[in-house]
Design a protein around this ligand. Structure first.
Ligand SMILES: Nc1ncnc2c1ncn2[C@@H]1O[C@H](COP(=O)(O)OP(=O)(O)OP(=O)(O)O)[C@@H](O)[C@H]1O
Ligand SMILES: [Mg+2]
Length: 280
């Protein structure tokens, strides 16, 4: 059964989508892993969907009327004049790549309309975990890319997950999302005490070799982490222009043109530490 990890931080722009996509590719493509990975895009902004599929393929998928994660949340919603749509895994799960070595990256894409589910949240939070439960045997790893705001989508992500991974960009106000995350996890554990939700750890993303501001910011994050017994990954994901470039090219950093080996190998160290942490 797949291990399921949500990438989450209540602060935006910290690298949730970037790390989701790069981890997915890493574990599918590297010869020592060859994993079957499913990415679930749980953000109405659909960044991970566009990153993985490319803008053109993403648009044609919507034009074909393929289902998205929105359909999972709305699969029980009765709308007058519209038949309840049966979920169809064959148009819901998009294959991003099947590698010769056996590794796979699949995607359940998102779309803007997912935001409508937030307006009428009524008891939809279990829909995703139910859907994933039925397909978990087909994958080794499921990565859920969360939106930066708390909603029923957050509860749905928690209910589906074994672990949370929290990317943090060490900069001014970097710790702002963390108290919100602490509260959110506490509220969840109170309400769903039978669900064992663990924190894989905090990973510093987009770090540079030397910056006094960064050091201050990391200290703030470390103090919140230690108060809550959170693990901080020793490996950091360094700042590299190859990450946004890779997003534009639709490639992970190790396949992005002219990416530097030193940057790639830093990501590899993080991926290795992450794999040990979640016993992949
Ligand atoms: N290590 C890095 N080095 C350089 N740029 C990075 C790095 N990680 C992420 N970025 C860039 O930072 C921006 C935000 O990253 P990303 O979209 O992954 O964050 P996010 O947490 O998913 O944001 P949101 O909360 O809006 O979903 C993107 O332009 C991305 O390319
Ligand atoms: Mg994102």
């Amino acid at each position: 059964m797949a291990k399921t990890i949500s990438l989450i931080n209540m602060k935006g722009g910290v690298g949730k989508s970037t790390l989701t996509v790069n981890l997915a590719w890493h574990f599918a493509a590297y010869s020592q892993w060859r994993k079957k990975v499913l990415v679930v895009d749980l953000d109405p902004q659909f960044n991970a969907s566009q990153y993985l599929l490319g803008v053109t393929q993403y648009s044609s998928m919507l034009e074909r009327g393929d289902q998205t994660v929105w359909d999972i949340f709305e699969s029980n919603t009765r709308i007058p004049g519209r038949n309840v749509r049966q979920l169809d895994a064959s148009t819901l799960i998009q294959n991003v790549i099947t590698l010769k070595n056996g590794g796979v990256v699949d995607l359940i894409p998102s779309r803007l309309e997912l935001a409508f589910s937030l307006k009428n949240p009524g008891h939809k939070e279990r829909q995703l975990s139910k859907f994933l439960y039925d397909i978990k045997d087909s994958y080794d790893l499921i990565l859920i890319d969360c939106a930066p705001t708390e909603s029923i989508l957050t509860t749905a992500a928690y209910l589906s997950s074994d672990y949370l991974l929290v990317p943090v960009k060490p900069e001014y106000l970097s710790s702002i999302g963390l108290p919100l995350l602490v509260n959110s996890m506490q509220d969840f554990r109170k309400e769903y005490d039978q669900h064992n939700l663990r924190l894989a750890g905090v990973v510093f993303n987009a770090t540079s070799e030397y910056s006094p501001e960064e050091r201050l910011s990391k200290n703030g994050v470390r103090s919140i982490a230690s108060q809550n017994g959170w693990h901080i990954f020793k490996s950091e994901v360094s700042y590299s222009r190859s990450y946004p470039k890779g997003a534009r090219e639709g490639q992970p950093i190790f396949r992005t043109s002219y990416s530097r080996y030193s940057q790639v190998s830093k990501f590899e160290s993080f991926a290795k530490e992450f794999a040990i942490r979640i016993s992949l």
